[in-house]
Design a binder for this molecule. Structure first.
Ligand code: HEC
Length: 125
């Protein structure tokens, strides 16, 4: 009897936590508080910090996985030019999906910013 009650309580707790997280998702979607701003992307101010956060542990001048160096503009530019930069973060084409963790993907806003920067000419700005 005691077992049953505690199971019910536990289930109720789990379900209510689950439901409230659903509400949170819906709310975020209906009323986005911080929209992804992709206007006027700057390599130094927007792109480099994202790369630093998501990629540089494995792709720096000192530790260049697959020879890919992402802590310099020239290094980033070379993977932009051979299309592997956007393909790897979008998990498209035949590039290895990045960041290299099972099922990892950079947040959509980070990807959108990188795409916009590349579309704008991947400038060293
Ligand atoms: C945990 C380490 C790690 C992280 C984090 C990481 N990479 Fe990689 N990356 C690798 C390794 C290892 C390879 C070589 C993979 C292979 O050849 O199988 C690679 C390969 C690549 C390639 C070449 C892919 C190809 O198919 O030509 C690109 C481009 C790349 N990474 C970009 C990125 C970007 C951009 C990020 C951040 C969004 C990132 N990486 C994050 C480890 C990492």
């Amino acid at each position: 009897m005691n077992m049953k009650i505690s199971t019910i309580i536990l289930t109720t707790l789990v379900v209510s936590v689950f439901i409230s997280s659903c509400y949170f998702d819906v709310e975020q979607e209906l009323y986005p508080t911080n929209k992804c701003d992709v206007e006027n992307m700057s390599f130094a101010n927007d792109i480099q910090p994202l790369i630093k956060l998501h990629c540089q542990n494995c792709h720096s001048s000192n530790f260049a996985s697959a020879g890919v160096i992402l802590d310099t503009y020239a290094g980033v530019r070379s993977v932009v030019d051979d299309s592997s930069f956007l393909n790897s973060i979008n998990h498209t084409g035949d590039a290895v999906p990045m960041p290299l963790l099972p099922n990892a993907k950079a947040p959509q806003c980070a990807i959108d910013k990188c795409e916009e920067w590349v579309k704008d000419g991947a400038k060293d700005n």
